[in-house]
Write a protein that binds this ligand. Structure first.
Ligand code: UD1
Ligand code: CA
Length: 511
């Protein structure tokens, strides 16, 4: 595809009032990208003479997206309609270019192939303008194509200006056109803002071309989705849905399995190998690369990840900016982030968080664990409830754990700290010093058992309650039990029990 005789003009200056947003319309996102980026990407494969965007609202932000894509920008200020935008673009186009493809910045579903077809048709015919149109079941809000009996186009009539007869026309104007430039300019000069919005409408140029005896054709898009514009939030949602459907269809055609595909969200740059299965509610975002033969189970969200082959991500896991080597397993309910890296066959289980850490081959961390800024050698077993205390209030400190280490449950590793190959750490340890290879580290209080202590305490607790009624007659008779009296006696007896317990402790210490 190469269209050296064509310059592309993208009309992207509008605010998007109907979105009720502080963000300019073309900066809104659908299908994982801003609207304007989709439109430019559809144009790039055409290899046109140049791409010019007419910008206005939030021009700086729009420019930040367009510059890297090699798009020239021209500012329309104020924005006085699509025809006015085209007049502004004229300055940027120069006089040497023969044809122009014009697109709105808010119809992002259009495909390169369709644009190429429009250009080819226009170039081969004698028409001064060729419109991309579509048959829509719900044409309201779009301008309609009014055709003559010979099938050529007579005019475009905006929705607000339709006569009762014209209202039944279902062929709409997509706002995507091919123009023969030297025919268009004289008509633009004759546009008048005599319409509902008091703007210069590019659509009015069609009737003006006809009036000067020119021919206008319309190419009906085979896929009506391609022309959908985004004027409202509901339009944005519908367009997003169409993009997601398109992406899923591509992937399924390439061998990716999906259950309840309509519940699965996949960004445009995501790549997935064949025989990978995606369960309902999965989201694959950013520039994620997923290998072949993987299973991503329900509710998991993966963004900017690299996942090799035969990986299992169990339900409701969240993995971002991380690397999962072949045959690793993650979840359910795991959270891997910021450069977590699992080497081949490593496994991370439920309620385990891994951040900026490397887990060697076949390392297991199966339950309730936080591993941050850690390197863990192959085949090490990380017990339930292990925590790397990597943050000292000011800095993040590293933890280095060797190969085939056994970390007992509920171990706190106070970083910076190193554990040698083959070491054992007793459960419940708080490790503050390095552990040599093959050593056993126990870092916890020694257990003391006090035989019979609990039974004695229970007896003491029970005893004062029995004695209280004996004292009762000494008190002044009272018709009803005094409020709080029982509470007070309980407090007294508890005090006594505590004293007894203290004595018992003292005795056992002496022993
Ligand atoms: C326009 C068409 C309508 C068509 C519909 C298809 C006109 C008058 N109407 O209506 O026939 O069915 O698109 O989606 O053209 N823009 C500028 N400068 C301006 C005004 C608009 O650059 O001064 C840009 C907008 O940013 C937008 C595009 O032009 O990207 C279209 O403008 P919009 O207001 O969305 O036109 P519609 O009402 O949708
Ligand atoms: Ca629009």
């Amino acid at each position: 595809m190469a269209l050296p005789d064509f310059a592309v003009v993208i009309l992207a200056a509008g605010k998007g009032t109907r979105l009720k947003s502080s963000l300019a319309k073309v900066l809104h996102r659908a299908g994982g990208r801003t609207l304007i980026e989709h439109v430019v990407r559809a144009c790039l494969p055409l290899k046109p003479r140049g791409i010019v965007a007419v910008v206005g609202h939030q021009a700086a932000e729009v420019s930040a997206i367009l510059k890297p894509l090699g798009v020239r920008m021209i500012v329309q200020e104020p924005q006085r309609g699509t025809g006015h935008a085209m007049l502004v673009a004229r300055r940027a186009l120069g006089s040497s270019v023969k044809y122009s493809i014009v697109l709105p910045g808010d119809a992002p579903l259009v495909r390169s192939e369709t644009l190429a077809e429009l250009a080819r048709l226009h170039q081969q015919s004698t028409a001064s303008a060729t419109i991309l149109s579509a048959e829509l079941a719900q044409p309201s809000s779009y301008g309609r194509i009014v055709r003559r009996e010979d099938g050529t186009v007579q005019a475009i009539v905006e929705d607000a200006a339709l006569s009762a007869d014209q209202r039944s026309i279902s062929e709409i104007n997509s706002s995507i056109y091919a123009f023969t430039i030297n025919k268009l300019w004289p008509c633009l000069a004759r546009l008048r803002p005599d319409n509902a919005r008091r703007e210069l409408y590019l659509t009015d140029a069609i009737a003006l071309l006809r009036a000067q005896g020119d021919i206008v054709h319309a190419l009906v898009a085979t896929d009506a989705d391609e022309v959908l514009g985004c004027n409202t939030r509901a339009d944005l949602a519908a367009v997003d849905l169409a993009f997601r459907r398109r992406k899923r269809a591509e992937l399924m055609a390439a061998g990716v399995g999906m259950l309840m595909p309509e519940s699965i969200l996949i960004d445009p740059d995501v790549a997935i190998g064949p025989d990978t299965l995606l369960e309902p509610g999965v989201q694959l975002l950013g520039k994620s690369r997923i290998g072949a033969g993987c299973t991503i189970r329900t509710g998991s969200i993966l963004s900017d990840v690299t996942v090799e082959d035969r990986v299992l991500v169990k339900p409701y896991s969240v993995v971002s900016s991380s690397y999962l080597s072949a045959e690793t397993q993650v979840g359910p309910f795991a959270h891997l982030r910021d450069a977590a890296r699992l080497l081949k066959g490593a496994r991370v289980g439920n309620f385990v968080e891994v951040k900026k850490s490397v887990l060697g081959e076949r390392v297991k961390a199966m339950h309730l664990t936080y591993l941050g800024d850690a390197r863990i050698g192959r085949e090490t077993n990380v017990g339930a409830g292990t925590i790397t205390c990597n943050y000292d209030g000011a800095n993040k400190n590293p933890t280095s754990i060797g190969r085939r280490v056994f970390i007992g449950s509920d171990t706190a590793l106070v970083a910076p700290v190193k554990v040698g190959d083959g070491a054992y750490i007793a459960a419940g340890s708080t490790v503050t010093e390095n552990i040599p290879s093959d050593a056993l580290a126990i870092a916890r209080g020694r257990q003391v058992n006090k035989p019979g202590w609990a039974a004695a305490r229970r007896r003491e607790l029970a005893a004062p309650a029995k004695r209280t009624p004996a004292r009762k007659p000494k008190r002044k008779a009272s018709p009803r039990p005094r409020p709080h009296s029982r509470v007070r006696s309980a407090r007294v007896s508890r005090g006594k029990a505590a004293a007894a317990a203290r004595r018992a402790r003292k005795r056992s210490r002496r022993r």
